[in-house]
Design a protein around this ligand. Structure first.
Ligand code: CP3
Length: 341
């Protein structure tokens, strides 16, 4: 294997490697003391996202400390609604707020603010120029449906009821919103690739709350259009789809969206995925973040189960969802020591 090609990219191009390359969702964040320090200094999370020097530094922090195979851009899926024209804030302890919520306001009333993308693209350029050639830089965005759930409700919600209701009650209005997010995301992700992102990940964190026909219409169809358009512009850039909670719908998602790889959450049975997707489809996941937080023997067992199931398959080891902010650093070190032998 060419040592200059990042191991994670070799896997995304179909190679099975042992041990598999590894990174962790939310690896740049609050469980790291060096992140908390920078965050305290700069004040707010959103400020960090738009400060390309700080964001590049944060993106690189977990690579320096742990030597992960992948650097994931430090940013947020809610940059797209901000650029579409909603006000965005992260209230301490309350999660994100978007105003006005689109259940109460019209999309047409928002004033676009596309300049917000510039700082994020600048972060990508900075990180790629500072990152070792054997490490991959992943860009990302939310998938249209998940982003829509925040835009409609104006905040996170337990069951995404506002967006799901709009999708049934006023499908034309919901479709217009999905189409707009799709177009913005195409522009935003194309810019990330042009700035140096080696691969992309589409986070569909809330796709699991949809009924099957709704999943086809609001998750699979928009994602397929986005993947086709990105691929037409940038045929070499792999795209990882993460339809969190899709469960038995994940194989159809992979087939119909034509993503390059499938990320799997911790609640999904790997053996079901292995039996129902082509052997050539690269997979990412799916350690339980709580097994990592627990550490010790439970973590060892979870790792062994995942690695054994994935043996021979193109696989990037990751969590099934983001790392919990109170996860001990020593448990991440344990994971890496056991992986690398
Ligand atoms: O994975 C990484 O390290 C890269 C950066 C990244 C962040 N958010 C940083 C972040 C990525 C890929 C995301 C994606 C994201 N953001 C998703 C999809 C993935 C998932 O977790 O399901 C979603 C739903 C969001 C929206 C969002 N952003 C929420 C719900 C929150 C939590 C709010 C809170 O206060 O806990 C955020 C904030 C956020 N995004 C933080 C980080 C490091 C915490 C910021 C802080 O307080 O310092």
């Amino acid at each position: 294997m060419n040592p200059e090609i990042p191991r994670a990219l070799a896997v995304l191009n179909g190679q099975a490697l042992s041990p598999p390359p590894v990174w962790l969702m939310r690896q740049a964040g609050r469980y790291l003391p060096e992140y908390r320090e920078l965050r305290a200094e700069k004040g707010s999370f959103l400020k960090l996202c738009y400060d390309s020097e700080a964001a590049a530094e944060i993106t690189l922090q977990p690579i320096r400390r742990f030597g992960f195979d992948v650097a994931i851009l430090f940013s947020d899926i809610l940059i797209v609604p901000h650029a579409i024209g909603q006000d965005l804030s992260f209230a301490e302890g309350e999660g994100p707020r978007l105003a006005p919520p689109l259940k109460e306001a019209d999309l047409a009333s928002l004033a676009p603010a596309r300049h917000h993308y510039d700082a994020i693209w600048e972060t990508v350029r900075k990180v790629r120029s500072r990152l070792a050639p054997d490490k991959a830089l992943f860009g990302f965005a939310g998938s249209p449906y998940t982003v829509a759930t925040y835009m409609v409700a104006g905040q996170g919600s337990k069951d995404q009821a506002d967006a799901r209701l709009m999708a049934y009650a006023d499908p034309a209005r919901f479709q217009a919103l999905i189409s707009r997010i799709e177009a913005e995301t195409l522009h935003y992700l194309s810019g990330q690739i042009e700035a140096g992102a080696d691969a992309l990940m589409l986070f569909d964190s809330w796709s699991g709350s949809l009924a099957p026909t709704e999943f086809e219409r609001w998750v699979i169809a928009p994602t397929a259009r986005l993947v086709d358009q990105l691929r037409a512009r940038h045929p070499q850039t792999p795209i990882i789809g993460f339809p969190r909670g899709a469960a038995e719908k994940a194989p159809a998602y992979a087939r119909e969206t034509r993503v390059s790889a499938l990320a799997i959450d911790e609640s999904t049975d790997l053996h079901f995925i292995l039996a129902n997707t082509p052997d050539t489809l690269p997979l990412q996941g799916n350690l339980d973040p709580m097994a990592l937080k627990a550490g010790g023997e439970p973590l060892s067992r979870a790792m062994a189960g995942c690695l054994e199931a994935m043996a021979g398959r193109p696989h990037i080891l990751n969590l099934g969802h983001g790392i919990d902010r109170f996860t001990p650093i020593a448990h991440v070190e344990q994971l890496l020591a056991e992986l690398r032998g």
